[in-house]
Design a binder for this molecule. Structure first.
Ligand code: 5GP
Length: 210
């Protein structure tokens, strides 16, 4: 079985991650999306089971204590987690999967799944990030300051990721994300079918891992 790509994408709020992930999935068929569990209430237009599985705190904590999460974290006062079943279902199908999770969760996934690929989306500058947060008109000045302080902490973890892309221009940045996915899909573990076809399954397995 081909090893599916586990692509973890993190970014501070306002860096444009949601748009990039949506466009990446449109551009690259076969990229599944890991639907997280969260205690955050749904925003207008969000559907249970699509953007998130919306659960109350007691349900989340019971799942966490029962070891049902591959990773979990508290972000802006709400709990978020990736259920193990999301990863298992994709792995069993050999499917590529995108995880939109914060830096705490990304580091937990990297520990659990050493083959996971971590991509960090950077804003072009702190000024531009502030401008985008203000323009969005979603938050009060205090909340914007909190988001910016949080963004600095998150960006400080970016050097530990496998790839860093700068979202100065959505189309250009999307091109880089597509390039990452294309390259990662060419790794031998994800080309099992082609290799087996030419070499036979036993020969591929014998030379795997060099
Ligand atoms: P939002 O509430 O705006 O959808 O997401 C807030 C933050 O939580 C984002 O940085 C997002 O990447 C992160 N997040 C969403 N789902 C998960 C998850 O399952 N685990 C972790 N660790 N972070 C998550």
């Amino acid at each position: 079985m081909r090893q599916g790509l586990v692509l973890v994408i993190s970014a501070p709020s306002g860096a444009g991650k949601s748009t990039l992930i949506r466009r990446l999935r449109e551009a690259m068929p076969g990229l599944g999306y890991s639907v997280s569990h969260t205690t955050r209430p749904p925003r207008p237009g969000e559907r249970d089971g699509v953007e998130y599985h919306f659960v109350d705190r007691a349900t989340f904590e019971a799942m966490r204590d029962g070891g049902e999460f591959a990773e979990w974290a508290e972000v802006h006062g709400n709990l978020y987690g990736t259920a193990l079943t999301e990863l298992r279902t994709a792995a069993e199908a050999g499917q590529d999967l995108v995880l939109d999770i914060d830096v705490q969760g990304a580091l937990q996934v990297a520990q659990r799944l050493p083959h996971a690929v971590l991509v960090f989306v950077l804003p072009p500058s702190w000024e531009e990030l502030r401008r985008r947060l203000v323009e969005r008109g979603q938050d009060s000045p205090e909340v914007i300051e909190r988001r910016l302080a949080n963004a600095r902490r998150e960006v400080s973890v970016a050097p530990r990721y496998d790839y860093v892309v700068v979202n100065d221009d959505v189309d250009r940045c999307l091109g880089e994300l597509v390039a990452v996915v294309r390259a990662e899909r060419c790794r031998p573990v994800r080309q099992r079918e082609a290799l087996d076809r030419l070499l036979g399954a036993r020969a591929t397995a014998a030379s795997a891992g060099r």
